[in-house]
Design a protein around this ligand. Structure first.
Ligand code: S3P
Length: 447
């Protein structure tokens, strides 16, 4: 599907108002898994609401290159499952674009196939650590070659054996990689996590999970059939996060976000924002497939106060930390974020990038080895910010710009296409149309 071109820079004026209903993209994490599991199943799956964003589209590109038939009709995707071993050998390298989830999950699937394959990515993905998946996959008998711990990931598919694997880092991507490889292995595979991470894979596969104290033991049985049929992708909580913070820092803001994924392994930001004083209501909580969803309403509070965030909470809000730091810069008092060194291995080093853009806007932020210390309450001022090619940095900086004095220009603004192609349109519409002063943007929308 041809995506509209997104201008490479946007100028955001301070918001005088922010109100309305936010159209959010479908959940990226859930979509990757829905596509991969549909391909590994034996029947046809209809996925309602598959995202147009670049990352989930990268997963489709890879699956199609492996011979999976995928057709888009109306608002659905129809995937013809090929079964656990029905992929065709690809004709060339499999391009994962910017998507770490595509690369790490597909490595697990490809490790147990009967053919060689190579996973490649863009410059950012090629800098991210892949030894974390190579290590458990090699224990399972896989033959994987990395380049200095990074992509390209060269895989010589071969029979795998089940293992018990204790995750050394809290990572849903590593967990899912090992569990998917486990489906192709001989015997059971158990992944043990000491800090819970997002649990979409085990939910979708209906895998048994045993809790042992603080630990979760998740098991996959080699050769077990993969469920197929209808899957509905909820709206993305991680995309909602930008508007939950925007609605909490722009005076008089009132926003409504419908059908948002509310999986408890993803929603710690709600609790943290509420502890800071945010006014966020959750309504109409219900189940959609294997995932809980609900509608959110956010109203600007009188003010926010700083918090301490760390420990087991971090994997639950790992993608939301840049925008949480924006809320902290607008809050009274100190916010301390610790145990978040994993942020240095994302699309960019997000601790450094967040500290840099907030400092450029006049905030008091200290970067620590595993987090940030933010002295809130210093007024933000407009600046020129570089997204460093990272979608979440571009969107977090845009939220900060709403509360700054003077205009902020965000360069590398097109990075939002990775997870939220409509972000700038939404922001402009909610701010009453006068917010984003960019000629290319205006002509694209005919205004
Ligand atoms: C994801 C897991 C997280 C998250 C990423 C998506 C997933 O990464 O940051 O955006 O879909 O499994 P890690 O597993 O590296 O923590």
């Amino acid at each position: 599907m041809a995506e509209p071109l997104i201008p490479s820079a946007f100028t955001v004026e301070p918001a005088v108002a922010l109100a309305g209903r936010v159209t959010l993209p479908p959940d990226k994490s859930i979509a990757h898994r829905a596509a991969i599991l549909s391909a590994l199943a034996e029947g046809e799956t209809q996925i309602v609401g598959y995202p147009a964003a670049a990352d989930p589209q990268s997963t489709l590109t890879v699956l199609r290159a492996l011979g999976v038939e995928i057709e888009g009709r109306d608002d659905s995707l129809f995937v013809q499952g090929v079964g656990l071993r029905g992929f065709h050998a690809p004709e060339g390298p499999l391009d994962c674009g910017n998507s770490g989830t595509t690369m790490r999950l597909m490595a697990g699937v490809l490790a147990g196939q009967g053919f060689p394959s190579t996973l490649v990515g863009d410059a950012s993905l090629s800098r991210r650590p892949m030894d974390r998946i190579a290590e458990p996959l090699r224990q399972m008998g896989a033959a994987l070659t990395l380049t200095d711990g990074h992509a390209p990931v060269r895989i010589d598919g071969r029979p795998l054996r089940g293992i018990e694997y204790r995750l050394p880092v809290a990572s849903a991507q590593v967990k899912s990689c090992v569990l998917l490889a486990g489906l192709l292995a001989k015997g059971p595979t158990t992944v043990i996590e000491t800090t819970p991470s997002r649990d979409h894979t085990e939910r979708m596969l209906g895998l048994p999970v045993f809790s042992l104290g603080a630990e979760r033991h998740i098991s996959a049985e080699g050769g077990a059939p993969v469920p197929w049929g209808l899957r509905v992708v909820p709206r993305d909580f991680s995309a909602a996060a930008f508007f939950l913070v925007a609605g909490s820092v722009v005076p008089t803001a009132t926003l409504e976000l419908l059908q948002v994924g509310l999986n408890p392994s993803r929603t710690a930001l709600l609790d943290v924002l509420r502890a800071m004083g945010a006014r966020i209501e959750v309504q109409n909580e219900r189940e959609r497939g294997s995932e809980p969803i609900g509608d959110l309403r956010v109203h600007a509070p009188e003010g926010l106060v700083g918090v301490e965030v760390g420990g087991a909470l971090i994997p639950n809000l790992i993608d939301e930390i840049p925008v949480l730091a924006v809320a902290a810069a607008c809050a009274g008092g100190t916010t301390t974020i610790r145990d978040a060194a994993e942020l240095r291995y994302k699309e960019t080093d997000r601790l450094a990038a967040t500290a840099a853009f907030l400092q450029a806007m006049g905030a008091s932020v200290e970067e620590t080895p595993d987090g940030l210390v933010i002295e809130g309450g210093h007024p933000l001022r407009g600046a020129t910010i570089e997204s460093r090619g990272d979608h979440r940095i571009a969107m977090a900086a845009a939220v900060a710009s709403l509360t700054a004095s003077g205009a902020t220009t965000i360069e590398g603004a097109d990075a939002v296409a990775v997870s939220f192609p409509g972000f700038w349109d939404e922001l402009d519409a909610l701010a009453g149309g006068g917010l984003v002063g960019n000629t290319a943007f205006r002509s694209r929308n005919g205004t």
